[in-house]
Design a protein. Structure first.
Ligand code: GLY
Length: 565
C-alpha cells in the first residue's frame, strides 16, 4: 500500500533534521522524524511533549505533560476543568482506552435546562457554571500515569507550571480569540481574569497565569487530591455559589476516570482502534470505514461525485443511529455488539441510491438484531519505543462555560450541553438525542470525540484525532481515507478541505473548496442541500512510514504544530 511507501520525503526529512535539528518554524510541513513525534494544537505544548520524551519519558508521560501544558497555552480547549478520552497502543500491540469524560453533578436532573412549558432555555446549558459537568482531566492524567508512566509525576506536570508562571507569547489567532471573548469573560466572572487585559491582545503579548500555576503546583505535589480535595475543590464549590452552578465537594471527591475496552474494527487490512461509549465516535467511525471498504474509492477518486455521495449517505445513517442508541454505557444499555455486527453494518447501505439523495426524513435508526463555536483539542504522540497515544480533550465550547474558578485560575467546561436536554431538541452542534443521552446524576454526556489509532499486520500505522464537535467523527473519517484510500501524505491529508453530514439537519456542510463547483451542482441536482461554512476541526496526526520514520500532520486551520526527533 502506498500509504507507507517512502518517498523522496525521507531524504528531504533527513536533510532537514540534519540542518535544523527538529521542527520548522510552523511545524506544519510533512517532516519525518526517526524516533518520536508529538502533534498538538500549540507549539509550546508540542515542545513540552518532545522535551519530556527526550528526558526519557514515554508516550504517556508526554501525554500527561502535553495535556497540562495545553491547559496553560491553549485555554480555549486545553484544560484541567474539562475532560477527555485517551486511546493507547503499546509497542507490543496492547491497547487501552481511558475515559476521563465529565459527569453530571449529583443534583443534576433530566429537565434542568427546560422552562415550565418544557422548552429548552437557550444558553442555560452553555454558559455559566450550571453548564459544567464534574471535571475529569486531572483524575484521568493520574490514572494514565499510574498505569503506564515511567517518569516521576512531578516531572510530567512541571513544564505546565513553568509556562503558567513565566508566561507564553500568544499567537495572532489566540490574540484575536481572546479579544472576541473579552465581553463574555467580563460577564461571567466578577473578578479580573488572566484572559482579559486592558486594551486588546496582540500577537506576541505574554500571557501569565499565576493562579493556574498555584493550582498546578498542588496537582504536582498531591496528585488527584490536589484538585478534587483541599483548596482547589473548595474554590470550585465556592464559585458555584455566585455562578449558579451545582458541583458539590462530594461530586469532586467521587469522580473517577475509568479504563475501558477500546472498540475496534477493520478497514481492508487495517485494524482501527478507537474510543468506545460514552464516545459515539469509535462506533460511528468503525461502522463507516467498514461500509466504505466495499466500494472502489481509489478508482472513483478524491472528492468525486460518487465518493462524496457515498460518504454523505454513510454519515447520515451513522448519525441517525448515534441519536438513538448511544449514551453512557454505565447508565444506558448501549447495543454496541449489535451495532458492530457485520450483517447490520452492511445492511445499512442497502437503500443507498447513487441517483438521488436519501432524505434524512426517510432515514431512521437501523433495526438491530438484538436488542451523541466547536472547541475541543487533540494531540497525537509516538515515542521512541513505538508506544502511541491518541488523546482528545475538551471544555466543549471555546473557553467552555467562560467561568474561571476564582483563585484557582482555570476555566470550567460547559459539557452539560452534550447531553440531550430534551428529546429531539438540537444542542449547540445541532445534534439530537433521546433517552440514551438524557441527564442523570453521575452520568457521562455522549461525546463525538474520536481519538483513533490504526495498525496493520501488528504494526503501528497512524495516530489521529481532532476537535470539531459533531464534525469530529466525519473529519477523522476523511483524514484516514485521505491516506489509506487516496494516497495523500499525512500533512496533505489533514490540510485537505472537508465536508460533513450529521443526519439532522439534512444538509451537507462544506468548507471552502472542498467540492468543486461542477460536482456541487450535480450533487445539488440529486437533492443534496450543500451549505458552505467555516473551518471544521483541527486534525493532529502521525503516520508511520514504511521505514519506521514518523510523518506529522498538523492542521493548518490553527497553530497546530508537529515536532519530533
Ligand atoms: N464536546 C464535544 C464532544 O465531546 O463531542
Amino acid at each position: 500500500m502506498s500509504y507507507i511507501k517512502s518517498t523522496s520525503g525521507v531524504f528531504i526529512g533527513i536533510l532537514f533534521i540534519l540542518l535544523v535539528g527538529y521542527g520548522s518554524a510552523s511545524g506544519q510541513s510533512n517532516e519525518l522524524y526517526k524516533h518520536a513525534a508529538v502533534v498538538s494544537a500549540h507549539p509550546e505544548a508540542t515542545k513540552v511533549g518532545v522535551a519530556v520524551m527526550k528526558k526519557g519519558g514515554n508516550a504517556i508521560d508526554a501525554a500527561v505533560a502535553v495535556q497540562f501544558a495545553l491547559a496553560v497555552v491553549y485555554p480555549n480547549a486545553g484544560n484541567i476543568g474539562g475532560g477527555g478520552f485517551l486511546v493507547y497502543r503499546g509497542n507490543r500491540g496492547d491497547q487501552d482506552a481511558l475515559d476521563y469524560r465529565e459527569k453530571a453533578p449529583g443534583s443534576a436532573s433530566r429537565d434542568m435546562y427546560l422552562d415550565d412549558k418544557g422548552n429548552a432555555i437557550a444558553d442555560k446549558s452553555l454558559f455559566g457554571a450550571l453548564a459544567s459537568g464534574v471535571p475529569g482531566t486531572v483524575a484521568g492524567m493520574v490514572r494514565a500515569h499510574d498505569k503506564y508512566g515511567i517518569l516521576k509525576w512531578k516531572k510530567d506536570v512541571q513544564p505546565a507550571i513553568d509556562l503558567a508562571e513565566r508566561g507564553f507569547a500568544v499567537t495572532a489567532q489566540q490574540a484575536d480569540e481572546l479579544n472576541r471573548n473579552k465581553e463574555r469573560f467580563l460577564k461571567y466572572n466578577r473578578k479580573p481574569v488572566a484572559f482579559v487585559k486592558e486594551g486588546l491582545w496582540k500577537a506576541g503579548d505574554l500571557l501569565k497565569q499565576p493562579e493556574l500555576a498555584a493550582t498546578l503546583k498542588l496537582i504536582r505535589d498531591k496528585g488527584r487530591s490536589g484538585f478534587y480535595e483541599g483548596p482547589v475543590a473548595e474554590a470550585i464549590v465556592k464559585s458555584m455559589k455566585h455562578t449558579g452552578g451545582i458541583i458539590s465537594s462530594a461530586d469532586l471527591k467521587d469522580y473517577q476516570a475509568v479504563w475501558r475496552e477500546p472498540v475496534s474494527g477493520q478497514y481492508k487490512d487495517f485494524k482501527v482502534i478507537s474510543m468506545p461509549p460514552p464516545s459515539s465516535g469509535g462506533i460511528a467511525l468503525i461502522t463507516m470505514l467498514g461500509q466504505i471498504s466495499e466500494y472502489p474509492l481509489h478508482r472513483w477518486g478524491f472528492q468525486t461525485d460518487s465518493t462524496v455521495q457515498l460518504m454523505v449517505e454513510l454519515e447520515r445513517r451513522a448519525y441517525a443511529d448515534r441519536a438513538s442508541y448511544l449514551g453512557d454505557p454505565d447508565f444506558f444499555k448501549v447495543p454496541q455488539q449489535a451495532l458492530l455486527e457485520r450483517k447490520y453494518i452492511y445492511g445499512r447501505t442497502a437503500d443507498i441510491s447513487f441517483e438521488k439523495a436519501t432524505p434524512s426524513s426517510a432515514v431512521n435508526p437501523g433495526k438491530l438484531s438484538n436488542y451523541e463555536s466547536e472547541q475541543t483539542t487533540h494531540f497525537s504522540i509516538v515515542d521512541s519505543k513505538g508506544n502511541a497515544v491518541s488523546a482528545t480533550t475538551t471544555l466543549n465550547g471555546s473557553y467552555g462555560s467562560l467561568v474561571v474558578v476564582e483563585g484557582a485560575g482555570f476555566i470550567l467546561n460547559n459539557e452539560m450541553d452534550d447531553f440531550s436536554v430534551k428529546p429531539g431538541s438540537p444542542n449547540a452542534y445541532g445534534l439530537v438525542g433521546g433517552v440514551a443521552n438524557s441527564i442523570i446524576p453521575g452520568k457521562r454526556m455522549l461525546s463525538s470525540m474520536t481519538p483513533t489509532i490504526i495498525e496493520k499486520g501488528g504494526k503501528l500505522v497512524m495516530v489521529v484525532g481532532t476537535p470539531g464537535g459533531s464534525t469530529i467523527i466525519t473529519s477523522v473519517f476523511q483524514a484516514i481515507l485521505n491516506v489509506l484510500a487516496f494516497d495523500k501524505d499525512m500533512q496533505a491529508s489533514v490540510a485537505a478541505p472537508r465536508f460533513h453530514h450529521q443526519w439532522l439537519p439534512d444538509e451537507v456542510y462544506v468548507e471552502k473548496g472542498a467540492i468543486d463547483p461542477e460536482t456541487r451542482a450535480r450533487l445539488a441536482a440529486k437533492g443534496y442541500r450543500i451549505v458552505e461554512r467555516g473551518p471544521m476541526g483541527r486534525i493532529d496526526a502521525i503516520l508511520v512510514k514504511e521505514d519506521g520514520s514518523l510523518e506529522t500532520g498538523a492542521d493548518p486551520r490553527g497553530n497546530d504544530t508537529g515536532l519530533g526527533y
